[in-house]
Design a protein around this ligand. Sequence first.
Ligand code: NOJ
Length: 561
Amino acid sequence: MAQPDTRSDAVPLGLDPDWWRQAVVYQVYPRSFADADGDGIGDLPGVTSRVSYLRDLGVDAVWLSPFYPSALADGGYDVDDYRNVDPRLGTLDDFDAMVAALHGAGIRVIVDIVPNHSSNRHVWFQEALASPKGSHARSRYVFRDGLGENGELPPSDWQSVFGGSAWEPVGDGQWYLHIFATEQPDLNWALPEVREDFLTTLRFWSDRGVDGFRVDVAHGLAKDLPPVLPSAAQLAEIAKREDGSHALWDRDELEEIYADWRRVFAEYTPPRIAVAEAWVPASRRARYATALGQAFNFDLLEADFDADQFRQIISFNLAQSASSGSSSTWVLSNHDVVRHATRYGLPPRGTGEGADTLKSGTAWLLSGGEEPPLDALGGLRKARAATLLLLGLPGSAYLYEGEELGLHEVADIPADQRQDPTFFRTNGGEIGRDGCRVPIPWTVSGPSFGFGSAGAHLPQPAWFGASSVEAEAGVPGSTLELYRSALALRRRLQGDETLDWVEVGDPDAVLAFRRPGGWLVVTNLGETNIPLPEGELLLSSEALSSAELPPATTAWIRTSD
Ligand code: NOJ
């Protein structure tokens, strides 16, 4: 069983209100990080037992995906009780101990908050089901009468994000809206009681020392549902306007909701911060950053390993963050997408109409990881180069557990062991996200590669051992050591949030920019070696054998200017 981390070399956190602007934030998917009690499910004492690992990795903050009581209809994003810990993951005391240990190691804590929907086991929803049509209990959610003579048809033809109808009947002619899984009823944010309750939740966790929040589906919440609902086709047309008038997404009223949140954040020193998960057109993203503090930009995560795509994305997002007053966020992997080492080992998606964006790797996953053939080594090499580029950018970097080991997506999870509702709601038409949520390997061997003393809640492949922490720690050139070196150096080198593009060779193949203090970042995304720019080589994503930068390699160089 994992032992608590008892080292006590405390690092003061300080009161800097801007600590997040260029932070490296490491996402922990708690059920798949470390299992302290040997039940196959990762838990909070497991996180506590790995604090020294996180400190040695050099991250500034940890973002925990939901650890709240949940039936796991959607990996914990179906929350039964917003102010408690799932008993399988620990207790509130365990939470406090984890925060104290992370803070003691100089690591801030961000927790996930899921305001668009609760779970169907939430006390409010249970009350709604037990209450009649028109009751106050039902008004906390989005209930509508069904169409047809006896309400036997859904109120509209809207589809849920996970497939199937977005409406579920409750047996008395009424239906409730669930934009995600059936077990995730949408809350009614027009009701002051719902708004107040979330302010209580924000204070509850802030009082326990949480430094910030990651806001799930931040572009949901506010809805405009007239008596006659628009059809899915009409909504698709309205979405093109990008003007905040869509019935379900990205409405302007969100600003007032988040203004209330900001007032709560300001009650604390340093003020709490939030990062919005908002899948909105790029033109609307800055609104969320202004309203909440930061907003994820998933553009790099959706792009190919391509100099032009990367350059445009970086320039655009730096301009966006300047206009919002926030800093940029950079992400290559998270718990919702195919790991970036794998994406880059598959054929590029291209841009424009028909480009397969978030569903990258869909065909590959559907084939059980057979087709198209994965270039595992090439993908990892590009992933390392892209990560070193990302870590050289101004703004904050969000890393996902296991990427520091160079983990690939797990494609061959048997159907009867899958957990993602996407898989079930599409009858296997989509594989879903389990492959990036497989518990991470800590040791070369053992029942669950050191994840815990027993098995793992999703099956780990035999090749995990070779990518474990034990296999990589202290090994020059390993992906873990590359991340450790990069984070330590970045801490020293990071200056103002500015970047100047530099021309080094063919711009279609090479990306180069200079940061303040003579920090030059060069990535070769082309097919041939390029001469290494002059200066002191600080770090490279691959060992260099000459004064040249090979394809799919990034170098950090200190120049004299
Ligand atoms: C976004 C989360 O990242 C994802 O995992 C979840 O399924 C949906 N929101 C619904 O909560």
